[in-house]
Write a protein of this length. Structure first.
Length: 317
């Protein structure tokens, strides 16, 4: 790297770290092995109580591209925001400390970074049940200028919901004042991506699967799927796409709202859940994908929907 590259790297990679000693070295080594070299790596220690802080410090001493930031434990969104506050790259990418990346992760996205305000790549996902890897990719390069087509396509292919398979423009983030919502304990990625999309005109999706995502065991049981957070995500989709019924086919949005609603219904009365049930019906009418898709939400009596969702949520516990 020359002096200019050190003072203003092309990319800042932000990794929030919390008690990740078991996986952190795998994550960091994969980032440092990038074929694209002009980047800085910010390791944000979010109040770890294990050996994560020591590991971060060792990498900072060994590699001039690595900087360590520390804060008391405030959660992944606050850690990412601290990274954004201290980033110096033109572009920013995110990686989670329990995942890893291919050596072409940055190079594949940087090669098209001048063509759109957001770059989206494919990814590989590892599940424990059943055991194995699967890839999510559009399979070709495509530029999106229509928000409706973008939402339908990338949500259907499960490419929109995460920040780690994307390359963002840091100037756009700062000029728009865009931040991660620190009150969210889940769905923070979707909310950040959707909010960012409102400030750009083009998104480019590439076929390369540069990110290796390891789905946590018992994922469905681990998170509470807070309904208030997900409702904010859905309302942001309405802001982007409009509210015309049948305009978009987004059945996955309805599905995940049902999951959140079922968890909520388990601990709340029907009357306390009614307004959320009515919102779910509106979602199903707006975003269903065929005559039988989410038919329960669209036509069953609300009390019956409440009981069914409670039963389904209980089975998932």
């Amino acid at each position: 790297m020359d002096g200019n590259a050190i003072s203003r790297p092309s990319v800042t990679v932000i990794v929030p770290v919390y008690n990740a000693a078991a996986t952190l070295e795998r994550c960091v080594e994969s980032i440092l092995a990038q074929s694209f070299r002009d980047f800085e790596l910010l390791l944000v220690n979010d109040g770890s109580t294990d050996a994560s802080g020591r590991i971060c410090g060792e990498y900072e001493r060994k590699d001039p591209r690595v900087r360590v930031l520390s804060q008391p434990n405030r959660g992944v969104s606050a850690a990412r925001n601290l990274g954004l506050d201290n980033a110096s790259g033109k572009f920013v990418a995110f990686c989670d400390s329990d995942d890893s990346v291919k050596d072409f992760w940055l190079s594949s996205m940087m090669s098209v970074s001048g063509k759109a305000g957001l770059v989206v790549c494919g990814y590989n996902i590892h599940r424990t049940e059943p055991e194995g890897w699967a890839s999510h990719t559009l399979g070709h390069t495509e530029i999106f200028t229509d928000d409706d087509v973008l939402l339908e396509t990338l949500l259907r292919e499960r490419l929109l919901q995460f920040v780690w398979n994307k390359l963002f423009n840091l100037d756009i983030i700062r000029e728009s004042g865009h931040r991660f919502e620190e009150s969210f304990s889940i769905f923070e990625d979707e909310y950040f991506v959707l909010g960012y999309i409102r400030h750009i005109g083009k998104v480019i999706c590439i076929p390369e699967c540069g990110y290796d995502y390891r789905l946590p065991p018992d994922f469905m049981k681990k998170y509470d799927f807070g309904i208030d957070a997900f409702r904010k995500v859905v309302e942001l989709i309405y802001e982007i796409a409009g509210t015309s019924s049948g305009k978009l086919r987004l059945p996955s949005i309805v599905y995940w709202y049902k999951v959140a609603l079922g968890r909520y219904a388990l601990s709340h009365t029907f009357e306390a859940t009614r307004e959320h049930l009515e919102f779910a019906r509106r979602l199903a009418v707006s975003f269903h994908d065929g005559a039988l898709n989410h038919v329960m939400l669209r036509i069953f009596p609300l009390h019956a929907v409440y009981l069914i969702l409670r039963w389904q949520a209980h089975r998932m516990k």
